[in-house]
Ligand binder design. Sequence first.
Ligand SMILES: *Cc1c(COP(=O)(O)O)cnc(C)c1O
Length: 362
Amino acid sequence: MNNNIYFTPGPSELYPTVPQHLQEALAQKIGSISHRSKQFQEIYASAEAGLRQLLQLPDEYEVLFLSSATEIWERAVQNNVRRESFHLVNGSFSKRFYETAQELGREAQQHTVPFGQGFDTASIKVPASAELVALIQNETSSGACMPVEEINQFRAKSPAEALIYVDAVSSLPYPAFDYAKVDSVYFSVQKCFGLPAGLGVWLVNDRCMAKARELQELGLSTGSYHTLPSLLEKALSHQTVETPNVLNIYLLSKVLEDMNSKGIEAIRKETEAKAAKIYTYLESSSVFSPAVENPQHRSNTTIVANSTVPASEVNKHLAAFNMQVGSGYGKYKESQIRIANFPAHSPEQVDRLLEKLQDQFR
Ligand SMILES: *Cc1c(COP(=O)(O)O)cnc(C)c1O
């Protein structure tokens, strides 16, 4: 039996209702049903409707299921970039999207700021030739976030034809996006949706679809089985191209029902209240300090702290109380800790984590 509470930034603690949904899935033999059955179409439709309600997603957006956010980076480049993309880079995940574009032979430009910093939107010039502008709402490696009001400025700053992409992998459903001001938002379910890994969700509008068709009409490759037009064709009948992660789509549909009955406003308020407590502790502690200096660029969902005690020592202390935080990312493995503050983490669990940290690391 594993009684740990995972405050790791993904995979993380499962949403509290997942065990009961998983049992029901086994009872219903969801793992055995055909992905061409009416039952699966209903599961897809339910997950899609749940997301539309929770995120207040406009009609011109499609909900597509892929295997991961990493896959979405590759499909985005293949389907929406003929020559050139432009990336805001401030950590490992935003850098990886930039590198993916290069690996696929595109001309990728980047605007970089040091690890742990947010962006000064006013000073960023988007190249006139950029076809895709890659923004990162929440850089999980460093804990820096991009306020939605700044994301909303990019349409006016970018070429008229450019598609605005937002990585919200470790923050959705927390940010209240204005979906009319961007073209695509994507996430994977093992972060804030509290599910096992293995499902990426790609929200794309009609402009992204039109661009993919344009590239195809020019005779250019947009990839193989997961081109946007083939994903769309299946999505319209609530199906997928390949045999998908049916179990996880089912679990997502159920967790979305739970999140919708709690209400997005309650989820957002609770996230902010828990984050405020965590930052208050980090600022008062002599061992930890918030890694992101500008309070406006501090993430509320993946909270990163500099630590004078090795992260492994912090986790050794927490292990006695069946809790675990994330270590730092990459070269910050021991010098930083990362605390996930996802909807799955109850206020009581956060209180207990802070109490146990405070006992040892004042
Ligand atoms: C986790 C993460 C990804 C990658 O997600 P996968 O599901 O592992 O492909 C991308 N971007 C950010 C910001 C992430 O936190």
